[in-house]
Design a protein around this ligand. Structure first.
Ligand code: ADP
Ligand code: MG
Length: 319
């Protein structure tokens, strides 16, 4: 449905995208995962015809974005990072405006707008001015705009950013539901969110794709190890050797120290039994544990695990 080949975007001599290749099959939900500045929005803006590119080729349903931009745009509903809403319009008026702009062929406009409104659950605010809506509702109005004209493809740029947990779950569920009928690209910088919604994940960093796989295979590659932090008071070397004596602990690093208080981080697959043993091992050596917490594996760590040294060197060229 979407084919992106050798896509490169340069701003001056800086690469926003560097030789990006991927495709999206009909009916697939593709997750686009990467930190800020990775190139997610740039890729989406190019596929939707909002910005041009430097090199490469993008085809949507067989149409080249350069040669047939109108055919491409007709097939795509786009929710940009910051939806271009007209704040002084009511929700309904704005959606009517989008309907006219997209030149939708459906005969019954009212019925169509209402079905879109129901899909994103904004019926209660449809007569309110957009300027009076919360961030979450504005995002849903943008989502509604993307759904107008019932496009086969949806491109959603970080649709859950800035929303509260309840709204995030609603948006995710809406995406899953829509994914039964549509082809979707959905970007995020949260691995767990992408994994729970998508059939396939592309991880992009600094303008390059670093991994492409199913959520299941990715978590197998990244490992199910937890990152854990403990703060202890006592001898640093002794604390370190206690940690390292555990088979289930690896990659121990001392991340900060203050007097005789040290923060250690390490990867672990500890069972509760192991955790008890760790606690007693420190206690027996008169090293109290002041703080212990599990941290989510960061995108940086995921990249380290997925990226070869060669690619890591490459990063310095484009930053
Ligand atoms: P993401 O959406 O993944 O956060 P972007 O696609 O917005 O990343 O940005 C990718 C890179 O391109 C960033 O380094 C960003 O600073 C750069 N970039 C984006 N737009 C412009 C622009 N108009 N001019 C110069 N650099 C830009
Ligand atoms: Mg972005």
């Amino acid at each position: 449905m979407i084919t992106v080949s050798h896509l490169t975007k340069r701003y001056g001599d800086k690469y926003a995208l560097n030789d990006v290749n991927f495709d999206v099959k009909k009916g697939e939900i593709l997750g686009f995962l990467g930190p800020n500045g990775a190139g997610k929005s740039t890729t989406m803006n190019i596929i939707t015809g909002y910005i041009s590119y430097t090199e490469g080729e993008v085809k949507v349903d067989g149409y080249d974005i350069m040669d047939n931009p109108m055919e491409v745009k007709k097939r795509i509903g786009y929710l940009p990072e910051i939806p271009p809403l007209y704040l002084d319009m009511t929700v309904w008026d704005y959606l009517e405006f989008v309907f006219a702009l997209k030149n939708v062929k459906t005969t019954d406009m009212k019925e169509h707008l209402q079905s879109v409104i129901d899909t994103v659950k904004i019926d209660g605010v449809k007569n309110r001015k957009i300027s009076n809506l919360s961030k979450g509702y504005r995002q849903r109005v943008g989502f509604a705009g993307a759904l107008i004209g019932d496009p086969d493809i949806l491109i959603l740029d970080e649709p859950t950013v800035g929303l509260d947990p309840k709204q995030i779950i609603e948006i995710r569920n809406a995406i899953k539901e829509l994914g039964k009928k549509k082809t979707i690209i959905f970007s995020s910088h949260i691995l767990s969110e992408i994994s729970s919604v998508c059939d396939r994940v592309i991880i992009i960093n600094k303008g390059k794709i670093v991994a492409e796989d199913t959520p299941q295979n990715l978590s197998a590659k990244i490992g199910d190890a937890q990152r854990m932090m403990i703060r202890v008071s006592g001898d640093k070397e002794q604390a370190e050797s206690i940690l390292e004596s555990f088979d289930s602990v690896s990659n121990v690093t001392c991340v900060s120290s203050l007097g005789d208080t040290f923060d250690f981080e390490f990867d672990t697959k500890m069972s509760n039994e192991d955790k008890k043993e760790l606690f007693f091992a420190f206690a027996q050596n008169s090293i109290p544990i002041l703080l212990q917490q599990e941290t989510e594996v960061s995108l940086e760590e995921i990249f380290l695990k997925l990226t070869s040294a060669k690619e890591a060197n490459y990063e310095s060229d484009i930053q």
